[in-house]
Write a protein that binds this ligand. Sequence first.
Ligand SMILES: [Zn+2]
Length: 290
Amino acid sequence: MTKFQDRLAQGGILIADGAAGTRLQNAGLPSGTAPERWNLENPDAIRALHRGYVEAGSDLILTNTFGGSRLRLEMKELGDQTHEINLTAARLAREVAGEEVLVLGDIGPTGQLMEPMGTLTYDQAVGVFAEQAGGLAEGGVDAILIETMSDLNEAKAAVEGARRATDLPILVTMSFDTHGRTMMGVKPGDAAQELWAMGVDAVGANCGRTLTENLEAIQHMREALPEATLMAKPNAGLPRMEGTDSVYDVTPEIMADYAQKFAAFDVKIFGGCCGSTPDHIHAASRVLRG
Ligand SMILES: [Zn+2]
């Protein structure tokens, strides 16, 4: 058993971290700049991001590599630094996490459409994800988290890619932001069944729109898979614009209230996505740990 699997088996809920992108923007990341660039150019800001969540009570933190696939980095002319960015991000998270807190190597979508809607082939996608997972594994992560997926085929390619690069545990969450389905029309129960059948260590929902919609997605997953290990990392609601700022109205108290509703479906890992802060995570961890 890996360290991550051992912690999962211990019972109790594991608290993940909250948003990275919105936090880094607040810390001065210029709009339009890839957050992944700061792994190399502003490592102190990344350490501070991680430290904020560790101090708030996170049992596991995500590397700052959501957009760290070569395809996504190429859009920001960072493709040549794919390996270095993932390796460095993993080391930064590991440095702050120490041995007590677990590090999840974060992998988001490539940003490209797969065949037949687009031109990205399944094999190409597997290769792209394998490269990213390889850098993360080399940097010392405890598991790979594939998240915010819309296309089930892309999620599967990511699982296969991660497996090609490493033996680490794999978690997969998709974003159900379009009338209870992903943007590509995938239903939560179907996604959970297909991904769980691949033998991953956890499946779930993240990002999305509201806490209620995320909760419904988790409910469908639980109905489809009574025994599966589930993970939820919902947004702090939908942002509204105030001038040029995105404002999230979900308070830490509301997040904590919902955390208990997610726990009622026996969610094993709970954290926040866009708009959530260390205060949200701290509030959730207080109620979930009793
Ligand atoms: Zn999000």
